[in-house]
Design a protein around this ligand. Structure first.
Ligand code: CMP
Length: 136
């Protein structure tokens, strides 16, 4: 049974700055993800605050929003069976020091803030996050 899903992926400023966009996209493709849409953008801090609203009560919220808006990012819609879960597994733990070998954050992440990629954490949030960046 196929359970084709879409999820939102972001290549964060630390990875774009190190020119890792191409390598990270290859990892997604080699793991069976189709990149349905993608764009390179830089967002305002106020937009980052909307995007990360679920974290607004967290102590790291302000820095997180400052960081996501600090430089260009690549936003992508990824498609695969069980894409949300598969992407989270491929990204690895939020904190790169806890991420397993073979994951994107283990390979490229610098710190919990500069962890190179974001991925939607549920099917419901994937819809919300895809709409946020790709509502035409
Ligand atoms: P991301 O998957 O983009 O979702 C929220 C981000 O907050 C997370 O990746 C981390 O980069 C960042 N962050 C910073 N501090 C923390 C923390 N203590 N716990 C979870 N996420 C954190």
């Amino acid at each position: 049974m196929s359970n084709m899903e879409k999820t939102l992926s972001i290549v964060k400023p630390d990875a774009v700055e190190r020119n890792l966009e191409g390598e990270i996209k290859e990892i997604f493709k080699n793991n069976g993800f189709q990149i349905i849409k993608e764009k390179k953008i830089q967002i305002e801090k106020s937009e980052a605050e909307k995007f990360y609203k679920v974290h607004e009560t967290k102590p790291f919220y302000n820095d997180l929003c400052g960081y996501l808006s600090s430089g260009p990012i690549i936003v992508m819609i990824l498609q695969k069976a069980n894409a949300v879960k598969e992407n989270r597994e491929l990204m690895g733990a939020t904190n790169p020091k806890d991420a397993h070998d073979g994951t994107i954050r283990k390979k490229y992440g610098i710190s919990i803030d500069k962890n190179s990629v974001h991925g939607s954490d549920s099917v419901d949030n994937a819809k919300i996050e895809i709409d946020f960046f790709f509502k035409d």
